[in-house]
Design a protein around this ligand. Structure first.
Ligand code: ZN
Length: 400
């Protein structure tokens, strides 16, 4: 048995990891019951909201501040995890095995059951150290559905009166592990567009040369979009300081059409996943795509399954007192920070869209980035250090 197994915080963490909150049709109730048990031991009030449906619970745990009229601090985590295929793992993904190095293997060990439990653990440590309350109220939230895009979770939640009543002034949410010493902090993310192009043209026998066919138009559009993609590939290659989160990404993700090999199809649908950085002109890109559709020969329908607006990055200057507070915790602890724009999407975007500053952070340095990967693990030592880090960050934010 490893030395870590007797530690209460490690026990709680592993218990949470053993709940398989994995799709499809995730049953969140065991997570909710587990969190409530934790919260009751902390003596904190909580509410369970279900804005996305009865099977999409959100747990809101509240640590009331001494100045509850001030904007509050939200510490958010999601309860769901992505699928794990046991045959590709060296440990069962929902056993939370711990090895002799103290590595805890489980789906959600990094993304992001660790962070949810660390928030509660830090509050426990603060209370045990005699801190009865901080200046601002803290809300620790546990949400569903993040891994499917948050439509039934955070997206619904932020539109409710229950959310408005929380009067959130600042949010901490997930961040990814960093293989080196510097901790990654995300302050912005790109806007997601899911573009469908329905390309139509004359149908006919596959042995002839009809003009203006769907295939030719697809070829034209693909060339334009792939050229734009290549420009971004080159930018990344030529500027080592640039990260994926700062460039435009375009990927062809689906192509549908055609009925038979010897019939020219009347239409082809091509679907693209596009992510746009905040400093790019969204309208101009939309115009460009529409112009290319006309140039391709017309008869191309543009449909956006999703078209997120430009999302203002969280300010990293003195105008944002929560940024100053967060940074001062890092300075006090002597921790290194790497500021990045996250290449993927997180629930933070729903908050930033409302103008609420949000930072993505997970206290996981010197740790391989294993979110959504096989053999996802977090070292017990890293987990416990993370609790200490939150123990400094949370009071700085709440007393700002
Ligand atoms: Zn996550």
């Amino acid at each position: 048995m490893s030395a870590w197994e007797e530690n209460d915080e490690i026990k709680f963490f592993r218990e949470y990891l053993r709940i398989p909150s994995v799709g499809p049709n995730i049953d969140y109730e065991p997570c909710v019951a587990f969190i409530i048990k934790q919260v009751e031991s902390l003596g904190l009030p909580y509410q369970i909201l279900r804005p996305g449906g009865v099977d999409q619970p959100i747990v809101v745990v509240t640590w009331l501040g001494t100045n509850p009229e001030l904007p509050s601090i939200m510490l958010n985590s999601h309860m769901d995890v992505v699928a794990a295929f046991p045959e590709n793992w060296s440990h069962p993904p929902f056993a939370a095995d711990i090895d002799s190095e103290g590595r805890i293997f489980a789906r959600g060990a990094q993304d992001m059951k660790s962070i949810g439990m660390q928030y509660l653990a830090a509050i426990r440590a603060l209370k045990n150290a005699g801190v009865a309350a901080l200046k601002r109220t803290i809300h620790v939230t546990f949400v569903p559905d993040e891994e499917s895009g948050g439509k039934l979770g955070m997206d619904k939640f932020v539109q409710t009166n229950d959310f408005k009543k929380l009067n959130i002034g600042f949010t901490l949410d997930e961040g990814r592990a960093s293989p080196d010493e510097a901790f990654i902090v995300n302050y912005s993310e790109r806007s997601m567009w899911r573009l469908h192009l329905k390309i139509s043209g004359p149908t006919g026998h596959g042995s002839l040369l009809h003009s203006n066919t769907a295939g030719e138009k697809l070829n034209y559009l693909l060339e334009k979009l792939m050229n734009l993609r290549q420009q971004q590939v080159d930018r990344l290659k030529n500027d080592k300081n640039l990260t994926t989160g700062e460039v435009l990404t375009i990927n062809l993700t689906k192509v549908n059409g055609g009925v038979q090999t010897n019939i020219v199809p009347a239409s082809i649908v091509a679907v693209f996943d596009i992510r746009i950085p905040h400093d790019m002109d969204h309208e101009e890109l939309d115009k460009k795509i529409k112009t290319w559709c006309t140039e391709a020969g017309g008869d191309v329908e543009v449909f956006y399954e999703l078209k997120e607006p430009r999302i203002e990055p969280t300010k990293l200057d003195e105008s944002n007192i929560f940024w100053t507070a967060f940074k001062s915790a890092f300075d006090e602890l002597g921790l290194k920070m790497k500021l990045l724009i996250t290449p993927g999407g997180t629930d933070s975007r729903y908050l930033r869209q409302l103008g609420i500053p949000a930072l993505g952070f997970g206290p996981m340095n010197l740790t391989p980035t294993l979110l959504h990967a096989n053999d996802e693990f977090l070292k017990a030592e890293t987990y416990l250090k993370g609790i200490d880090i939150y123990k400094t960050i949370i009071p700085k934010l709440a007393n700002a």
